[in-house]
Write a protein that binds this ligand. Structure first.
Ligand code: UDP
Length: 244
């Protein structure tokens, strides 16, 4: 088991990418369905005023440090955090090893057609991969029983849910026992990037910890969300003072 670092009331696992992948593989073999969350600064900030989300994250089997903000926060609090484990990258690593281990995926979420495009992309990048179902993420409450049975009957090992934060986490927590899928991961905009509708920041920007800026530039509708970052920094700083 890895150490967990408490950031703004949420326990985040201090794992490397390799450890996160290993943990997910182990979770597939466990009896009870597991939830894996990818915690970026925005999610951690939201959890400070959304108790339902906070409780879901603290009950999750694995919470990876998604984003430069999360890694910075842990280190600012004087804790060990080996590296950033971005949700998108975690999905790629899992897909890479999936054919050899016969790990099957279900892609749930994003606009109509996007999960299918992400499936095609995965099939070309990772030959032999089994994507056993897709379903878009725009639905009414009435559609849920059908979605649940579609996912359940797919017999996937990993359910990737891209409904945005906190909808995906809440949906997974509500239905995980009914779905009986071994591991569910909330993956945000991952299918959009795989489908090629949203671009990932170039590597140099990721390395300069500027992925958030790239996203805001590309999708100006998200720019308002940038206010979360200084708020996050302030709150983490307050926690540091309080922890002393
Ligand atoms: N989405 C969805 N259903 C909804 C709302 C959002 O499937 O009711 C999808 C949306 O199309 C996008 C993803 O959820 O593909 C959220 O992506 P975003 O990058 O905004 O993720 P976040 O930053 O919220 O994790």
């Amino acid at each position: 088991m890895s150490e967990r670092v408490e950031i703004l009331g949420v326990e985040v696992d201090a794992v490397t990418m390799a450890q996160a992948v290993e943990r997910v593989i182990n979770l597939i073999g466990e009896k009870n369905p597991s939830i894996v969350a990818t915690a970026n600064a925005e999610m951690l900030l939201r959890a400070t005023h959304d108790d339902e989300l906070k409780n879901i994250l603290n009950a999750a089997d694995l919470v990876v440090p998604d984003g430069a903000g999360t890694v910075w926060a842990a280190r600012h609090l004087g804790k060990f955090m080996p590296e950033r484990v971005a949700g998108f990258d975690l999905v790629q690593e899992l897909m890479k090893i999936a054919p050899a281990r016969d790990i099957k995926f279900f892609l749930f979420g994003s606009a109509p057609g996007i999960a299918d495009k992400a499936k095609l992309k995965a099939e070309s990048l990772y030959p032999g991969i089994k994507i056993v179902g897709t379903r878009n993420g725009y639905f009414k409450a009435d559609d849920e029983p059908e979605i649940i049975s579609q996912i359940k009957n797919s017999r996937a090992d990993i359910l990737l849910a891209a409904l945005g934060v906190p909808k995906q986490e809440k949906w997974l927590a509500k239905y995980k026992d009914e779905l009986k899928i071994p591991v569910s991961i909330g993956v945000g905009g991952t299918f959009d990037v795989m489908a090629g509708v949203v671009k990932r920041a170039p590597l140099w920007m990721q390395k300069a910890r500027l992925e958030w800026l790239f996203r805001a530039m590309l999708q100006p509708s998200r720019a308002g969300r940038l206010i979360a970052l200084p708020k996050f920094v302030l709150k983490v700083h307050k926690q540091k003072l309080a922890d002393r």
